[in-house]
Ligand binder design. Structure first.
Ligand code: DP6
Length: 320
């Protein structure tokens, strides 16, 4: 009746932005990400017939505001007539700040809850359940370079290249740890309903996915860098043109982009990407990591720098 699972966040290189079915939380577009390794969320679930309500502690504190999403996810995994659960979540990086904590949290939650409830599930089933809770979480069931495709009435998530085959590094520049002003789900709906660029974003996504997939398959860093930066800036353009506008960047976000441009002008193999928050993630080849860390750490407004390689998908801790 209890289990612990660990999952790593993932960073999208070709972004998910928009839903084709908001009730079932199905994405409007496919996406490609890398699963990280050094950053993680550990989720412990204990089902207890004596509890009247679910309980949630996040990083040592009771978290009533996050509880409804966790309860909804447990209902999906175990059925609404399930025993209530005690859920303990610990992340070793700032949550709710655009570092994909919902991805690692819900990926770990579906794995731990299924095991605690004695439900045997395939990775595909776990990915579908995680995706219902948070679209990006479906990708954290897999390791390496991961593609999520829209597949008929659902999603299909696969590793397209293992991390060992192309061990790139990811450096995250944290420019603010404040919770984001508007959640990504709400912001996506605002974009779908009001952004004049939304339809073009949807139209072009398959082309971007295919360019990135090809670049990853042949390990062409320059090609991946160019399509990932383009796709990221296109997604943020969709957001900026929404009404009301959705702007997650701060001054340090832009300063980091300028630093990356300077590094690139010096011949450093690195590119940036930014999700629904002000942090800048820079992907680089292993040998360039010290230079990228130094450049981002010395950029005004950067509070801290987190470094990670590419890791594995969500799994139970110690097999239970
Ligand atoms: C910008 O997965 O957080 O990070 O499905 O509403 O929970 P919900 O959205 P979420 O959105 C992630 C958006 C993104 C891009 C990406 O990770 O692909």
């Amino acid at each position: 009746m209890r289990a612990t699972a660990r999952a790593q966040p993932n960073i999208a290189l070709i972004k998910y932005w928009g839903k084709r079915d908001s009730d079932r939380n199905l994405p409007a577009v496919g996406s490609i990400s890398v699963t990280l390794d050094e950053l993680y969320t550990t989720m412990h679930v204990e089902l207890d017939g004596a509890l009247d309500l679910d309980e949630l502690r996040v990083n040592g504190r009771s978290s009533p505001s996050l509880l409804p999403r966790v309860t909804g996810c447990l209902d999906n995994v175990l059925g609404a007539d399930r025993m209530r659960g005690r859920v303990i979540s610990e992340s070793n990086f700032p949550i709710a700040a655009g570092l994909a904590s919902s991805a690692s949290s819900f990926a770990a939650l579906v794995v731990a809850a299924s095991a605690a409830g004695g439900r045997e599930r395939t990775t595909d089933e776990l990915a579908a359940l995680a995706g219902q809770a948070s679209g990006s979480a479906a990708r954290s069931l897999h390791g390496g370079f991961v593609e999520l495709r829209n597949d008929g009435d659902g999603i299909d998530v696969r590793t397209i290249l293992d991390g060992e085959a192309w061990p790139l590094r990811v450096i995250a520049a944290v420019t603010s740890t404040m919770p984001k002003p508007v959640g990504s789900g709400e912001a996506m709906e605002a974009s779908r309903k009001t952004s004049p660029f939304y339809s073009r974003w949807i139209e072009e996504q398959d082309m971007d996915l295919s360019t990135a997939r090809d670049a990853i398959t042949v390990r062409d860093f320059g090609k991946l860098a160019s399509i990932a930066e383009h796709n990221c800036l296109k997604m943020h353009s969709v957001m900026w043109a929404s009404r009301p506008p959705v702007v997650y960047w701060n001054a340090a976000t832009l300063a980091c982009l300028e630093r990356v441009r300077e590094l690139q002008a010096d011949g450093v193999s690195a590119f940036f990407t930014i999700d629904a928050g002000p942090q800048v993630k820079v992907v680089c080849v292993p040998g360039e990591e010290p230079q990228v860390v130094e450049a981002l750490s010395s950029t005004p407004g950067v509070e801290s720098v987190l470094v990670s390689g590419i890791g594995a998908g969500a799994a139970l801790v110690n097999g239970h």
